[in-house]
Design a protein. Structure first.
Length: 526
């Protein structure tokens, strides 16, 4: 299968991406965490702050604050036990137990891992893996690697000015074992959701996070000691206590082109023993092929591409009221965030709630990254569409959200819940109980003309960042949101007339009030 056909199948022919006869070997499932063996470890304080209000005093960069931040981003936060709903297919399995994190993940499989290059002075400078199972940092390489990482970023960021750099990676097998090739679509989204949570948490700690999607992959993987057939870094995110000084994109011209091969020769290779539990790992050649096709081998390939284009519609427009930015405790909202499944309960949503939700979502369009230039008027590379039912003050229908004007442009009037429900491949959500059904859309070319095959995973990650901001805002408003990929993309495209505009539906997010599930849960913190 060609790479173009592979990407098409991920969205429009999912049976090819995940064959119907695919059998999941549950008994040989991998752990949801990667655990290194026989390496020195630095324990992190379990006494995490229990509130993360906006405007709190900035944290001093150090091992303690980094540990608290990592726990809120990707640590195990709750132990839960619940029983399946009466009459459900899973009722015969009895109660279910699982460890929860603050970020959602497709199938709750958590394919991503976090690594940190840390130089705070209260721990040996070096590269660490965040061991979420034990809430500790495992030392992989000791030393000063700021010049190395700066060069891997093409000289566009002075890493020595930061106190740490986060690397978000994907372990291919961790969700391939269940979803087959469809896992490639999930991996970028999961990495983006994690990145979105990191941006929110870092902001509450008073840290500046700068997301880099473009870097020399082989050099970064070499630094971390990763086997590229098994795992690869998707994002590099320096952290600083002050707004860091980014070098000009022209620094590549002054320093000369930097190649991954050249950087790899600067450090000896390392390979560390890690445990994932699975003994029968199947091949995933398309994931490896896509990963290698996305690599950037030299810094001259780095680009600033700016925002996308988003043509308006000629239908009625409904201005939304501007509301005060939601001021919420991120810790409490993260704890209360839910993916309600069949627990949505229809209740009317008012106009102020809808306006606040969309306004908060739009705030995620602007964040520090290596793709945008200095132009403050750039249009986001992903956009929001929504089907509404029973929202006070807005007629039922399908709309495009114009974030610049904070208004809804009507595309197709009427109640579209039956159409959307028909398009569900797995009827695990009753959309007739949902007043707001959001769709994130993006260009059909997946940013391939500007960034090659790397553009697809970047677009998926930016979608994930937006999804996490939406889920947090919904939680702050007392509602739940359930990200879904099990829907007919063509139905979403038709409802919003996206094909004519060169766009496509990327993810569907029902949002609304919900009833509490009967479960036991306990927090995992000191």
């Amino acid at each position: 299968m060609s790479l173009e056909a592979f990407l098409h199948s991920l969205h429009y022919e999912t049976d090819r991406a995940r064959p119907p006869d695919w059998e999941v070997d549950w008994e040989d499932a991998p752990l949801k965490v990667k655990m290194y063996r026989g390496l020195p470890a630095v324990p992190l304080s379990p006494e995490v702050p229990l509130t993360l209000e906006r405007g709190r005093m900035p944290e001093k960069p150090g091992l303690s604050s980094v540990g608290h931040m990592l726990w809120y981003v990707y640590g195990f936060t709750q132990m839960c036990q619940s029983s399946p709903a009466p009459g459900s297919a899973a009722q015969t399995t009895g109660s279910m137990q699982w460890c929860r994190r603050f970020v959602p993940s497709g199938g709750a499989l958590y394919p991503n891992e976090i690594y940190v290059y840390l130089h705070t002075g209260d721990a040996p400078a070096g590269v660490y893996h965040y061991d979420a199972a034990h809430h500790r940092l495992v030392l992989l390489r000791e030393g000063n690697f700021a010049p190395y990482v700066s060069r891997a970023l093409g000289g566009r960021y002075d890493v020595s000015a930061s106190f740490g750099t986060v690397f978000v990676s994907t372990v291919f097998w961790k969700n391939f074992y269940k979803y087959n090739n469809f896992s490639y679509r999930l991996q970028g989204l999961d990495a983006g959701v994690l990145t979105g949570q990191l941006l929110e948490v870092a902001n509450r700690f008073g840290f500046t996070a700068d997301v880099h999607y473009q870097f020399l992959d082989r050099a970064v993987n070499h630094l971390l000691g990763l086997s590229e057939q098994e795992e690869s870094v998707y994002a590099v995110i320096p952290l600083s206590a002050e707004p860091a000084v980014r070098r000009s994109d022209q620094s590549n011209d002054r320093e000369g082109n930097v190649s991954a091969e050249e950087l790899c020769r600067m450090l000896p290779a390392v390979r560390h023993s890690a445990y994932l539990r699975s003994r029968r790992i199947k091949d995933y050649p398309m994931l490896v092929k896509m990963n290698e096709a996305s690599f950037q081998e030299a810094s001259h390939s780095f680009r600033e591409i700016g925002g996308g284009s988003d043509l308006g519609y000629g239908g009625r427009a409904f201005a939304l009221p501007y509301v005060t930015s939601l001021c919420y405790d991120l810790a409490a909202v993260s704890r209360e965030r839910r993916s309600p499944d069949m627990d949505f309960v229809y209740r009317e949503v008012n106009l102020l709630q809808l306006a606040a939700l969309l306004q908060e979502a739009a705030a995620s369009f602007r964040y520090r990254n290596d793709l945008d230039g200095a132009d403050e008027t750039l249009v986001s590379r992903v956009s929001l569409y929504v089907c509404l039912y029973g929202v006070a003050g807005i007629p039922d229908g399908a709309y495009r959200y114009d974030s610049a004007g904070h208004l809804l442009q009507q595309i197709r009037p009427g109640d579209h819940r039956a159409w959307l429900q028909h398009g569900m491949s797995l009827h695990n959500v009753n959309l007739f109980q949902v007043p707001i059904c959001l769709h994130v859309a993006g260009d059909r070319d997946h940013l391939l003309p500007q960034l090659g095959y790397r553009g697809y995973r970047i677009r998926q990650m930016e979608t994930g960042i937006l999804v996490q901001r939406i889920l947090l805002a919904a939680s702050a408003l007392g509602m739940g949101g359930h990200p879904l990929l099990g829907f007919d993309t063509q139905i979403g495209d038709e409802i919003y007339e996206l094909t004519l505009r060169g766009k496509m539906s990327l993810i569907q997010i029902p949002i609304g009030p919900y009833r509490q599930r009967a479960w036991l849960k306990g927090s995992l913190h000191g």
